[in-house]
Structures are given as C-alpha cells and as structure tokens.
Design a protein around this ligand. Structure first.
Ligand code: ADP
Length: 192
C-alpha cells in the first residue's frame, strides 16, 4: 500500500489535491473533515456535538477522530493505499497513526505539506465562504482555525521532518501546477 498524508493549513488546497492524487493513483481518500461534515448534516446527536467544535474552529476530540480513522483503515486494508487529508492534526494523532499502522505492518511513506501564506489563506476562505455553506468559512472562525493550526498542527511538521518523510510544496501556484509538483514528488518517492 502507498499511504500518504496531505498536510497544510485551512484553505491550502488539501482537499482538492487529495482528490487529484486519489484519481491519478487509484488510492482511497480519507478526509476527516468530510466525515465530520457528513455526520453534522445527518443531524444526529453526534453530529450536533461535532458541530460545536467545528463551528468554533477548534479540533474535534482525538478519541472521536481516531475511531473514525481506525474504522476507515480497517475497511480499506486491501486498497492500493490511503490519502490522509486533514489528519493527523496534532502530535498525538500522528503518533497514534504510526502506532496503528505499525501493528498492521503498514506505513506512511510520504507527507506532502502544502505551503501558503496566511493572507492568501484568509482571502481564499472568505471567497469560499460565499458558496461553501460551511459554518466555519467566516473571518472570525478562520482566525481561530489558523491559530489552532499554528499551535497544534504545525508541530506535526517537525515530527515528520525528523523521519525524513516530509516534502514541502508551494501552494500559491495554480491548482494544476501544484498538482504537477505533487505528481513529480509522488513518482520519485513512492513509485520509483
Ligand atoms: P480545513 O483544513 O480547511 O479547516 P477540514 O475539512 O480538514 O478543513 O476540517 C474542518 C474542521 O473539522 C476542523 O476545523 C476541525 O474542527 C475538524 N477536524 C477535521 N479533521 C480533524 C482532525 N483530524 N482532528 C480534529 N478535528 C478535525
């Protein structure tokens, strides 16, 4: 299996590029954000609970997320590989992912971090908020999401850097050009 993480701040293009990767390489897409939004749309008790976190731009508790990731992993053990989008989002999640994978003799072979400066991220999210219908695509909540990213998610970069799995990508280019760069790195690192 070729498992990889697509990493980066809110608005960097993780979702779009993950979908491109999945299509190009025949992998499966695990977006924790999409799983959460589906649950919220279903208006279950769990959905209501999740919405309290998401609408404030803070992370959903690890135990809830890890259960979903574990279930998805078990369901896709025979796939060509998993593209993780929006996970892991803190050090604990990154360590748990390695631990779960280790038990199954699987590994994350590559972490692609999409780099975009904050002013551009803010502008993108304000624009997306006009049509996305997402309660967290507002200026106020986005400020919070960026703060959470810096304090809790950014440290994960060092974790992956240490084991030489991290590659940085310039996410300010056009979507197609970002994907060209990603494709080149995946071909070099995972399909040599
Ligand atoms: P973005 O990266 O643009 O914020 P996501 O769809 O990845 O979009 O995440 C939206 C929200 O869902 C996050 O702000 C957070 O509340 C929740 N979420 C998604 N993934 C995780 C995760 N791995 N751990 C905790 N919360 C998560």
């Amino acid at each position: 299996m070729k498992n990889l993480v697509v990493f980066g701040p809110p608005g960097c293009g993780k979702g779009t590029q993950s979908a491109n990767i999945v299509q190009r390489y025949g992998l499966v897409h695990l977006s924790t954000g999409d799983i959460i939004r589906k649950e919220i749309a279903g208006e279950s008790a769990m959905g209501d609970l999740l919405n309290k976190f998401v609408s404030h731009g803070v992370l959903v508790p690890d135990n809830i997320i890890l259960k979903e990731v574990y279930r998805f992993g078990l369901d896709h053990l025979r796939s060509n590989g998993i593209v993780f989008d929006g996970f892991p989002r803190n050090l604990y999640q990154a360590q748990m992912l390695d631990r779960i994978f280790h038990k199954k003799s699987m590994r994350i072979g590559l972490v692609i971090s999409i780099d975009v400066p904050e002013d551009i991220l803010m502008a993108r999210i304000i624009e997306r908020g006009k049509t996305s219908g997402r309660s967290d695509d507002t200026i106020e909540v986005m400020k919070n999401r960026l703060m959470v990213y810096q304090s809790q998610t950014q440290p994960v970069i060092d974790y992956y850097k240490k084991c030489n799995r991290l590659v940085l990508i310039d996410g300010t280019k056009a979507v197609n050009n970002v994907f060209d760069d990603i494709e080149q790195i995946i071909n070099e690192r995972l399909y040599r």
